[in-house]
Write a new protein. Structure first.
Length: 379
């Protein structure tokens, strides 16, 4: 493929997708300051390379839950992916498998968790939105039966972020048509042809036979989560899930410590890609302030567009990063092949960063290789 960076794939995605769809992918909450500050947080750190190191056998691999992955990354959970490409969840899963990293399927996926498990052979994680307690436990049981390795419980969407791009565009499910949206579709014929051939996006995990109540189905369409979900409810999920478990969407050190004491295997530091609460701390900045905790994995997401960003996160203590929009740009550009290309670009950039740093092994990458930029240097 012709693209040489994730940024180029982002520009192509913007040209390929109708405005309403691209804005859903790219948009953030309120004034989108968090959306912009997430990438900037990586620019606030500078590298301190080492020299005269034997780099004849650089090892970008790391391990996640006792098994090797090709580089410190996981494909993040993202919903309604069939807006960007048909059978998108399967495309993402297979691309992650080809690249040698795990894939996380969203509760709001377009294909069911059973379909994805049946049709892909890579490492599969399942992300849980808690809409109502009974439905959450039902999804946990289904993920367990389908052989998912890790449960990722998202806890930062109790209330919906005000995404003004979506409000202006009238975005929602089912899609509401207007002269403007129809014209936008005509201006993007390749996307429209795929859309017409494969039909409307659906919520694959929520057909009528599997959702216990019409209220639950309506709540999911409104992205309305269980406002009573608390630590006791999280512990109930932990007790019903025998495998590895991460909590996604925490930032406060007290919450991180409470997860560790509860027996959670790790957390994903996240502000939901700037889509929920504006002016939220950057996950990378929170990571930099945490003390290492052996046996408890810290992942981060938000704003990762370069392999060098991944290196900074690992140096500051992350086990791995989660890749959301970066993978979706590839999906919009070319389906499974596009995702594979985006992941390969990041993997190659990460390895090249290790070489440039004089760090022969991901296991050796630590805070000694980075420092925060001074005010004179700027972001």
């Amino acid at each position: 493929m012709k693209w040489v960076s994730v940024y180029e794939m982002r520009r192509q995605a913007r040209r390929t997708l109708p405005k309403m769809v691209y804005d859903y992918l790219e948009g953030g909450a309120l004034d989108e300051r968090t959306l912009r500050s997430n990438p900037t947080s990586y620019q606030n750190w500078r590298f301190l390379p080492r020299r005269l190191i034997d780099l004849s056998a650089v090892r970008p691999e790391t391990s996640m839950f006792g098994r090797d992955i090709a580089f410190p990354a996981v494909v993040a959970p993202t919903g309604l992916n069939s807006l960007f490409w048909p059978r998108a969840d399967l495309a993402l899963a297979r691309a992650a498998q080809r690249c040698g990293i795990p894939f996380t399927l969203s509760t709001a996926s377009s294909m069911s968790l059973e379909q994805v498990a049946e049709l892909s052979a890579g490492r599969l994680w399942f992300q849980l939105y808690v809409i109502e307690p009974g439905l959450a436990l039902s999804l946990v049981e289904r993920a367990k039966a389908a052989g998912y390795e890790c449960l990722v419980v998202t806890v930062d969407v109790v209330a919906n972020g005000k995404r003004e791009r979506d409000l202006r565009n009238g975005f929602g499910l089912p899609v509401r048509y207007s002269l403007r949206t129809l014209w936008d579709g005509l201006c993007h014929p390749a996307w429209s042809w795929r859309y017409l051939r494969h039909g409307l996006p659906v919520l694959g995990n929520f057909n009528a036979s599997r959702v216990p109540s019409p209220e639950a189905r309506a709540a999911l369409l409104r992205r309305s989560m269980d406002e009573s979900f608390d630590w006791a409810a999280l512990d109930a999920i932990r007790q019903n899930w025998p495998g590895k478990m991460l909590v996604k969407g925490v930032l406060h050190p007290d919450d991180i410590e409470r997860c560790r004491k509860m027996g959670i295997d790790g957390v994903v530091l996240s502000n939901h890609g700037g889509r929920q609460l504006d002016d939220t701390c950057s996950p990378l900045d929170v990571l930099a302030q945490l003390a290492p905790t052996p046996g408890f994995d810290i992942l981060v997401d938000g704003g990762i567009r370069r392999g060098s960003d991944i290196a900074k996160a690992v140096a500051l203590g992350a086990r791995a990063v989660m890749l959301g929009r970066a993978a979706l740009y590839g999906l919009a550009c070319g389906g499974e092949a596009g995702v594979s290309h985006a992941l390969s670009l990041l993997q190659e950039e990460y390895r090249n960063t290790l070489v440039q740093l004089g760090c022969p092994d991901t296991a050796l990458l630590d805070a000694g290789y980075v420092r925060r930029a001074t005010s004179a240097e700027g972001p």
